[in-house]
Design a protein around this ligand. Structure first.
Ligand code: G3H
Ligand code: 13P
Ligand code: ZN
Length: 335
C-alpha cells in the first residue's frame, strides 16, 4: 500500500473548493509519455497553477501503471526542482470502470479516482460509485462520478449518442453515492471529431465548421440544484485549427476535425465547473510538431530531435489553456 501523501501528491478537495469559489477551473491533462509529463509540469510551475495529471486505462496498458505512478512522484520532485516549493499535483484515474481498478489505483499512490458508471442503469451507477467512495474515503482519496452519457469514444466504451445529464437526478445521485465531484454531459464529447459535419454550420468566410453551443441551460439548472458542488467537463479539447492544418499540410489526414470553442470553455470555467479534461489537444500539438519536424528534417532519426519540439508545442498549449481559458494561473495556495 502506497498512500499518495507519501509521494507529495494532493487530492482534489481543497483545490476544487477554491476553484468553485474563485470562478476558475483546474486543468486535467491526460498523460502517457515522459514528454507530456515534463510539459505539463513546466507549464504548471511557470503559471503557478494547480494541476491534475490523469491516467486512463489505455495509458496504464500503454505505459504501465507502476511506471506512471513513479512518473507522478517524479513530477512532484521535478516541480520543486523548477522552483515551486508547494506544488499541488493530483494523480487521477480517468474513466475507471470497475471497483477493482479504482482500488488498485488507490492502493498504489493515486490521490483521486473516477468511477465511470455512466453506461450503467441509474441504480447500478449509484451502487458502484458508492462502493468506490466508501473505500476511497478511508484513504482520503477523492472520487469523481459521471451521470449522463457523452457521445464519442469514451476510453473503451463507445457511445453513439449523447444523453444530457438530467438535472432532476443530480441531488439524489450525489447524496446517495457520496461522490466528491460529478462529470456531466452538456454536449462535449471525446476525441478530435466531436461533432458530425451535419450537426454544425459552416462559417461562410472560412468554410470551417462551427459546432452547436453547449447546453448551458442544463449546466445552470444543475448548479442551482447543487450549489457549490464541483462539476467536471470531459471531452473539452478545442481541436485548434492551426494544429489540424499543420498535421494536414505535412502528410496527415484529419478532415473536418472539430472541438469545443474556447470561449465556451472560458464561460464554463467561471461556473461550478472546476475540472476541465483535455487530452486530444495534447495529441494534436505533439503530432503537428513531429510531422513538421520530419518534413523539414528528413535526415533526423534521434527521437530527442523531434520530441523536443513536440514537448515545446505541448507546453505552449498547456500554458495557453491555463492562462487564457481556465484561469487557474497564480492559484496555488502557497507558492
Ligand atoms: O477519455 C478518454 C481519454 O482521452 C483517454 O483516452 O483511453 O485513448 O488513453 P485513451
Ligand atoms: P478530449 O478528447 O476532448 O481531450 O477529452 C479528454 C477527456 O475527457 C479525458 O477524460
Ligand atoms: Zn473523459
Amino acid at each position: 500500500m502506497t498512500n499518495y501523501k507519501e509521494l507529495g501528491l494532493v487530492n482534489t478537495r481543497e483545490m476544487f473548493k477554491r476553484a468553485v469559489a474563485g470562478g476558475y477551473a483546474i486543468p486535467a491533462f491526460n498523460f502517457n509519455t515522459l514528454e507530456q509529463m515534463q510539459a505539463i509540469i513546466q507549464a504548471a510551475v511557470e503559471t503557478k497553477s494547480p494541476v491534475i495529471m490523469q491516467v486512463s486505462k489505455g495509458a496504464r496498458n500503454y505505459a504501465n501503471g507502476t511506471i506512471l505512478r513513479y512518473m507522478a512522484q517524479g513530477a512532484v520532485e521535478y516541480a520543486k526542482e523548477l522552483g515551486c516549493e508547494h506544488p499541488e499535483i493530483v494523480l487521477h484515474l480517468d474513466h475507471g470502470d470497475t471497483f477493482e481498478l479504482c482500488k488498485d489505483c488507490i492502493d498504489n499512490g493515486f490521490s483521486s479516482v473516477m468511477i465511470d458508471g455512466s453506461s450503467l442503469p441509474y441504480e447500478d451507477n449509484i451502487a458502484l460509485t458508492k462502493k468506490v467512495v466508501d473505500y476511497a474515503h478511508q484513504h482520503d482519496v477523492t472520487v469523481e462520478a459521471e451521470l449522463g452519457v457523452l457521445a464519442g469514444v469514451e476510453d473503451e466504451v463507445v457511445a453513439e449518442e449523447s444523453h444530457y445529464t438530467k438535472p432532476e437526478e443530480v441531488i439524489d445521485f450525489s447524496t446517495r453515492s457520496g461522490c466528491d465531484s460529478l462529470a456531466i454531459s452538456i454536449g462535449t464529447s471525446h476525441g478530435a471529431y466531436k461533432f458530425k459535419p451535419e450537426q454544425c454550420t459552416r462559417d461562410p468566410k472560412t468554410g470551417k465548421l462551427v459546432p452547436p453551443p453547449l447546453a448551458f441551460d442544463v449546466l445552470h439548472e444543475i448548479e442551482k440544484k447543487l450549489p457549490g458542488f464541483p462539476i467536471v467537463l470531459h471531452g473539452s479539447s478545442s481541436v485548434p485549427q492551426d494544429e489540424v492544418d499543420t498535421i494536414n499540410k505535412f502528410g496527415g489526414n484529419l478532415p473536418d476535425a472539430v472541438g469545443i470553442p474556447e470561449e465556451q470553455l472560458r464561460e464554463a470555467s467561471k461556473s461550478a465547473v472546476c475540472k476541465i479534461n483535455i487530452d486530444s489537444d495534447s495529441r494534436l500539438a505533439m503530432t503537428a510538431a513531429i510531422r513538421k519536424h520530419f518534413a523539414e528534417h528528413p535526415d533526423h532519426f534521434d527521437p530527442r530531435q523531434y520530441l523536443k519540439p513536440a514537448r515545446e508545442n505541448m507546453k505552449k498549449m498547456y500554458i495557453h489553456k491555463i492562462v487564457d481559458v481556465l484561469g487557474s494561473d497564480g492559484k496555488l495556495a502557497q507558492c
